[in-house]
Design a protein around this ligand. Structure first.
Ligand code: HEM
Length: 103
């Protein structure tokens, strides 16, 4: 998000430094993909839609988020088939579910 102007919209919704966001996202994804439940043990039930309600998520934001995630996964060398599967059977649904504003 910090690297590309294309992601400026969603970047602006986040805090000035992304360490905490990165840490929480890692903890959540680790647990949701079958690893240790770091997020739940620290913060309780994710309630992700509720936790995103203070931030305006219409239709541009999920697109940016998905593109950013696709890019990040490619950047760190995740196998293409796995990337594709995560995007189409998990991240796209999750990102769409986070929409909380019209437009
Ligand atoms: C659809 C577009 C999305 C936008 C614009 C967005 C934006 C944000 C923002 C602004 C925060 C609060 C700042 C922070 O804690 O970093 C946040 C938190 C978080 N997001 Fe997202 N997000 C989106 C989608 C997702 C999706 C699809 C996931 C999971 C698959 C996710 C996982 C998380 C997690 C785990 C947190 C931390 C929640 C907490 O404990 O406060 N986000 N997101």
């Amino acid at each position: 998000m910090d690297l590309e102007p294309e992601f400026a919209g969603i970047r602006a919704l986040h805090p000035p430094t992304l360490d905490n966001s990165r840490d929480k996202t890692f903890g959540f994804l680790c647990g949701s993909m079958g690893g240790p439940d770091h997020y739940i043990s620290r913060f309780g039930h994710p309630r992700l839609r509720a936790r995103h309600l203070p931030f305006a998520v219409a239709s541009a934001e999920p697109d940016q988020w998905l593109h950013c995630m696709a890019w990040a996964m490619e950047d760190i060398g995740i196998d293409e088939a796995l990337r594709e599967r995560l995007l189409t059977s998990f991240f796209d649904t999750a990102a769409d579910w986070m929409r909380n504003r019209p437009g």
